[in-house]
Design a protein around this ligand. Sequence first.
Ligand SMILES: Cc1cc2nc3c(=O)[nH]c(=O)nc-3n(C[C@H](O)[C@H](O)[C@H](O)COP(=O)(O)OP(=O)(O)OC[C@H]3O[C@@H](n4cnc5c(N)ncnc54)[C@H](O)[C@@H]3O)c2cc1C
Length: 476
Amino acid sequence: MDHQDLMKKLRAHEGLSRRDALKMMALSPVAASVLAGAAAPTTLSASSSNAVGKIVIVGGGAGALMVLSRLRRAFAKPDITIIAPNEKHVYQPGQIFVAAGEYAPEDIIFDNKGYIGDDVTWIKDEAATFDPDNNKLTTKGGKIVDYDYLIVATGVQYHYEQIAGLTADMIGKNGISSVYLSDLAAGTAEGGTITHEWFKELHEAAKTSKPRVICTQPSTPLKCGGAPQKILYLSDDFLKRDKLTADFTFATAGDKLFGLPEIDAALHKVQEGYGNITNRFGHELIAIDAEKKLATFHHTYEVKGEFDKELKEYDMIEKEEDITMEYDFIHITPPMAAVDAVANSMLGWQKGSAKGWLEVDRETLQHRRYKNVFGIGDVCGIPIGKTGGSARHQGPIVVGNLISVMEKKEPTLKFDGYTVCPLKTSYGEIIMAEFNYDGLAPSFPLDPAQPRWVWWAFDLYMLQPMYRYLMLNGLM
Ligand SMILES: Cc1cc2nc3c(=O)[nH]c(=O)nc-3n(C[C@H](O)[C@H](O)[C@H](O)COP(=O)(O)OP(=O)(O)OC[C@H]3O[C@@H](n4cnc5c(N)ncnc54)[C@H](O)[C@@H]3O)c2cc1C
């Protein structure tokens, strides 16, 4: 079975049979455990609670739909309203495969209706303001919606405009790309398609020159923090496959490639293999001149000061400067924040590094001040967990704890911080970085730092149908 056959099956809404998948993966023990749904979180039995109360879910993405499906099954008489603007759902992890040319744009857009159900009140609008002291919110259209219990699942907002000289409509022109670009309220995601064109333009340019390519990563929390590097490696490999090359710079505001030392070391090894990538740590993109193809970064770094004889160590002095670099192609990851409606409300953290993100307990996902409010997904102001895989693990916790609160009990289920980052290190290989609040947390007894074909096959052919048919329906 080749790529075309597998994609045909995926597009025919068949998903893959267990037999197909095992054949495809040719690594039966690993594949079998994948198919068994390793680390599947606890599920609630159908109609397990008679608790009553009006539940309002805000958001129409992965977290909202996963939690909605579970809630509809969990209650004998559910009273659920969802406030979601989007008729279409974007399978955002697939944007990377669209960029790589492996998926067509339509492979990642699904109808939302099938997930919402006629027993649910669907307000096709966005929440504009929250008034948690009075258990109500107002939509953009001016409708006031009250609730007994609220689940916030509004995801993140991109802030391209924080990069001086850049507006979202410049992406796709003059060598600028961004795989993240999407309008989730409209159910569209152009970033993948634009980035695939960018791959092709870069490939064309590399036939006659050695283009300078910059891939950026900002200092804000990111959804899918690995995406900037996925584009870096895939675009490099896109050239390498045809014996072409370019000068790649990975300009990140961070001070390492990945937060976990084992994965960080593995990514450095991947870069050594390419041999044409320069890392610029502590570099935050602050401005762009699209005409002249100049990118300006705020560079922060430390230098050694005086040696302290008592402490037996050097004082470290913080320095900063602005640096402008020339480029031919640039892939931009935008600064991200909680959506304005949350960030500007009493629901957000009011101060600190998580200011504006939803103030939930990192384990119970219950709001720390408003006990009838819960959060799921990227909007949560918790240390890690901005992935669809995290939302999958959070779903049963949010539903279980909400039911406890509705039944006047303490919430006891705990989210362990599960986050998954399938780092595409080349066409055909992925480092499957799974971790939680305690560190690495691989679901399978395999070295998680090793790039593997089996993860590529799993991600490319199996995750989309699993997400579409199982996760969004709250079945795993
Ligand atoms: C390029 C890319 C690659 C990724 N790769 C992976 C991967 O490999 N693995 C993985 O697990 N995850 C990946 N992710 C992350 C994953 O897609 C998100 O973590 C996941 O979708 C989060 O779900 P969510 O419900 O919190 O937010 P979203 O799915 O983003 O949904 C938010 C929803 O809220 C709606 N909304 C926003 N504001 C309001 C409002 N005021 N009122 C009502 N509704 C509102 C939006 O329209 C949207 O429907 C990737 C993401 C991107 C962009």
